[in-house]
Write a protein that binds this ligand. Structure first.
Ligand SMILES: [Mn+2]
Length: 429
């Protein structure tokens, strides 16, 4: 029996106010899509089956390198975080798994499993952290971790990743995501070749401990905190890593980890074509790795990424990239941001499903650039909100997650039992 944190009577009352209008809107949209030869129910079924993981750190208030301004009722530990994730899952029905971060979420694995199963939540990829130091740690990662010049530091970083795999095995995770901040801040500070060799050797040791039914994801990022050179700086290096490691190794694409205007959807197509697209960290950005809410700045780009994913779905068998949100919420209630972001990722998927692929292919083959791009625009401009809302309602979620969340007063309630956190230092970036 799944426990519900938001009182079902509040959820039902909120839904009751909106259901008649929603059903009318859905019917009208169904008629319009029918004229385009699209069955609205089939799109709804696919949307309902779609899930994006919530990162445990996402439910806390983030910050910048300069400061962090805590929010009300912030989660005190991983068990509070799991409850916040359960609220997001209950209202959106689009986030069935939580992605843990070690050591931030370290706790008895059996307790973690129990806490998540109360809400019918599963665990997504494990995330290791060798980009900051933990209290009591023997060797510092100030000058690198898996690629550090010092062997004892590299061994410690390998050991930490092995521990993440062990915890993950107990709680039912099936993947490990590795992101490192290793690199250099000055020309000449490190030797590119030696450093990358160290990294590959370390990753091979981690890969050797990976269970057969697991995947390992490596995440590239062009800069920060290593502002001159980063060991895993782009998708080219990421592809080399995945190829060097073996068939359980895949590239993870974080939308924020590219230079402005980079054609990310094309990178997605390339990695999918060569069987190395592992998954995504969804977020949005205006300038760099801003970690803004998915769909907040450039929803068309998100749609174009999903356009490639839907194309790949129909092209390759056993194609199932991992989806996770990876955002930093500095000025919003993280639960509200994550709910809307999950819906926006679903929205991009639904819009991509509306592309008339036959007509698109015909236009491409006839070199009719305008007709081809028009196919994409028509799909992107379709308001699919009734599909998303009905998919939520039919699974027990909220037609309007934000309004329902606010009506339930969850944040005020948890603020009474979770003490205020002091403001201070830099946050997660
Ligand atoms: Mn990321």
């Amino acid at each position: 029996m799944t426990e519900h944190i938001i009182d079902p009577s509040i959820l039902d009352a909120e839904n009751a106010r909106r259901e008649a209008d929603l059903r009318r809107d859905y019917e009208t949209l169904g008629e319009r899509l029918d004229r385009r030869g699209i069955a609205v129910d089939a799109i709804k079924e696919k949307v309902a089956a779609f899930s994006v993981a919530v990162p445990s750190w996402g439910v806390g208030t983030g910050g910048t390198r300069f400061a962090r301004f805590p929010g009300l009722g912030e989660p005190r530990d991983i068990f509070d975080k799991i409850e916040d994730c359960a609220v997001i899952a209950q209202l959106t029905q689009a986030t069935r798994t939580v992605s843990l971060h070690i050591p931030w979420d370290k706790a008895d694995p059996n307790r973690l499993k129990q806490a998540a199963s109360r809400f019918n939540l599963g665990f997504d990829a494990m995330n290791s952290n060798t980009f900051s130091d933990t209290k009591g740690q023997l060797k510092s990662y100030k000058f690198g971790s898996l690629s550090a010049a010092d062997k004892a530091t590299r061994d410690q970083a390998i050991e930490h990743n092995l521990e993440c795999i062990e915890i993950g095995k107990t709680i039912g995770s099936k993947a490990l995501t590795v992101w490192i901040g290793d690199g250099s801040n000055f020309p000449g500070q490190t030797n590119f070749t030696t450093q990358f060799s160290h990294y590959l050797d370390s990753m091979k040791a981690i890969y050797a401990a990976l269970p057969d039914d697991w995947r390992i994801y490596t995440e590239h990022k062009m800069y920060e905190p290593a502002f001159y050179s980063t060991v895993v700086q782009d998708w080219g290096t990421n592809y080399i890593i995945a190829t060097e490691l073996g068939e359980k190794a895949f590239c993870l694409v974080d939308l924020g980890h590219h230079a402005p205007n980079v054609n990310i959807e094309m990178i997605v197509a390339r990695l999918a074509q060569f069987g190395k697209l592992g998954g995504f960290h969804f977020n949005d950005s205006k300038y760099g790795d801003d970690d803004l809410d998915a769909g907040a700045i450039d929803p068309f780009r998100l749609f174009l990424v999903f356009n490639e994913l839907v194309d790949a779905e129909g092209r390759y068998k056993d194609f199932h990239p991992a989806h996770m949100l990876d955002q930093s919420h500095n000025v919003t209630d993280p639960i509200e941001s994550l709910m809307l972001s999950a819906a926006d990722v679903q929205r991009a998927y639904a819009q991509a499903l509306l592309v008339d692929r036959k007509a698109l292919k015909a236009a491409q083959e006839a070199n009719d650039a305008l007709a081809a791009t028009q196919q994409l625009r028509t799909a992107f401009r379709t308001d699919v909100e009734p599909i998303l809302a009905l998919a939520r309602l039919e699974q027990g979620g909220a037609i309007d997650p934000l309004a329902t969340y606010r009506a339930a007063g969850y944040r005020q309630k948890v603020a009474e039992i979770r003490p205020a956190v002091e403001s201070g230092g830099g946050g997660i970036v």
